[in-house]
Design a protein around this ligand. Structure first.
Ligand SMILES: Cc1ncc(C[n+]2csc(CCOP(=O)(O)OP(=O)(O)O)c2C)c(N)n1
Ligand code: SF4
Length: 265
């Protein structure tokens, strides 16, 4: 995996599972290069946040983007050169707050790009404010009385808005996460990977849920069945089991295939 490593000093907190997401990604990309994808054909876009630092540690081309604008930037790159494998790394605040409209639109457009969300259920870089996936009651500096709203379930939203590959994994399970990222990149269409990532500094209440997590089998599912599985955990419950794996996958024309002017590129 050496070719994907950079010499930059890692400044994530010691033990932050962002380190594990980095390892999983390197593992996935190494596996894909062995299957014939050239390293120079990978390109990444990041948001702004702790997750965004992955830009400095993963040795592929890219664009350190704007907070909330990972997806439009990724889309622009894909339209410029449809032969590239475009990966977006984003935070939960980034994607489901500032970037929400883009997230919903991607399902409709179905460009062949991959979105990887580091979901630590908080805006961590800016010291732990609540995001749309924070649990109700989450106390932080901006809301000392606790988050009053219920969280959003991004898996259900992605399936409902037309994403053609929807998966969830646990940052600490490096092999499983690497495999899911690999499958997501191989998928032709908009692939969304939600990675549950503990933050060891903020929103500690959501940490250490490994004992609640279980893997679902990979198989073709109708939307209704996928939504039923996604419903098993609502990002709020402290005791419900949390399904991991590929919830939904579908073959549908990509945005590039719908645009004849890109076919000669
Ligand atoms: C448009 C815009 N709004 C707000 C900010 C401030 N900001 C920078 S990082 C950040 C929090 C990032 O949280 P998240 O996306 O969840 O990523 P994490 O730090 O948890 O990885 C915010 C609010 C910004 N840079 N740009
Ligand atoms: S603040 Fe949280 S998400 Fe950010 S580097 Fe530290 S542990 Fe990781």
């Amino acid at each position: 995996m050496k070719e994907f490593k950079t010499k930059n000093k890692i400044t994530w907190c010691l033990g932050c599972p962002n380190n594990m997401i980095l390892e999983s990604t390197k593992k996935a990309l190494t596996g894909l290069t062995k299957q014939g994808i050239k390293k120079e054909n990978f390109v990444m876009v990041t948001g702004i946040g702790c997750h965004g630092k992955i830009f400095d540690y993963l040795n592929i081309s890219g664009f350190y983007g704007l907070h909330g604008r990972v997806l439009p930037t990724a889309l622009g790159i894909k339209m410029g050169n449809p032969n590239l494998k475009v990966l977006g790394f984003a935070g939960d605040g980034d994607t489901y707050s500032e970037g929400m409209a883009h997230f919903i639109s991607m399902g409709r457009y179905n460009p062949d790009i991959t979105l990887i969300v580091h979901d630590n259920q908080s805006f961590s870089l800016t010291t732990g404010q609540a995001t749309p996936t924070s649990q109700q009651g989450y106390k932080n500096k901006a809301k000392p009385l606790g988050e009053s709203n219920l969280p959003l379930n991004p898996i259900k939203l992605a399936i409902s808005s037309g994403a053609t590959f929807v998966a969830r994994c646990n940052a600490r399970d490096i092999n499983h996460t690497a495999e899911i990222i690999k499958q997501a990149i191989k998928h032709k269409g908009f692939s969304f990977v939600e990675i549950m990532q503990d933050c060891i500094i903020f929103n500690l209440e959501i940490n250490n849920k490994d004992n609640l997590m279980y893997k679902i089998p990979t198989k073709n599912r109708k939307i209704k069945e996928a939504l039923d599985i996604a419903d098993k955990w609502d990002y709020n419950s402290k005791k419900n089991k949390i399904p991991l794996g590929i919830f939904y996958q579908e073959k549908r024309k990509t945005l590039e295939e719908k645009l004849p002017q890109l076919s000669s590129l």
